[in-house]
Design a protein around this ligand. Structure first.
Ligand code: SF4
Length: 195
């Protein structure tokens, strides 16, 4: 897969201490996108699912992993690999949240791999980012996006997460510099990478 970064513990993109996975490649070029550096795939970011799982299992040895958040970029553009990855991640936690610029209805009409991803994940947050509709919501980049709890067993967990907290960001120091994770208001400035 083409993956730019994997971070832990991400607490601002879903409940608990999560592993965040940022895929590369997105054709939408939404104005105000937080992650323009992820619009293009890069050969140096190719990683096999086995390598990725090795990394995740290393984190798991000494940490609790409460779930996974997969964003980007456009995760559904790599639906074949994503379907395999989601299977592997489910062995650790089936609380898997995926962001996509596609709407749920569009994804349901795509190929078998895409539909398989939808069947296996807990939550889909769908729709492109519209900067004018960024209202500082928790989890949603803009108010046109919807949170779809696809696995009913997670309804209460996510409702509690949405009810009890407010939108926050979280900074990580990486080899590429400081990466700021979360839903950023358009007024958020600086030269940090935003996610
Ligand atoms: S869909 Fe997401 S990653 Fe792609 S351009 Fe829009 S905001 Fe950026």
């Amino acid at each position: 897969m083409n993956i730019a970064r994997v971070l832990y513990p991400v607490r601002v993109l879903g409940p608990g201490n999560r592993i965040g996975i940022w895929v590369c490649g997105c054709h939408r070029a939404c104005p105000g996108c937080s992650n323009p550096e992820l619009w293009y795939e890069r050969p140096e970011y190719e990683i096999s699912i086995d390598q990725l799982m090795e990394l995740i299992n290393t984190v798991k040895k000494t940490n609790d992993i409460d779930g996974f958040t997969i964003t980007g970029g456009e995760p559904m553009n790599q639906a074949g690999d994503l379907s395999v990855l989601v299977d592997r991640l489910s062995e650790i936690s089936d609380d898997i949240l995926v962001y996509s610029g596609y709407r749920l209805g569009e994804l349901k009409n795509q190929d078998a791999n895409t539909r398989a991803v939808l069947e296996k994940i807990a939550v889909l947050i769908d729709g492109e980012y519209i900067e004018e509709k960024n209202n500082d919501s928790r989890l949603r980049g803009s108010s046109n996006q919807e949170i779809h709890i696809l696995n009913p067993k997670f309804i209460e967990k996510y409702q509690q997460y949405l009810d009890e907290g407010h939108n926050q960001i979280q900074n990580f120091t990486t080899v590429d510099g400081i990466v700021s994770v979360g839903i950023h208001h358009p007024s958020f400035g600086g030269s940090l990478w935003k996610n």
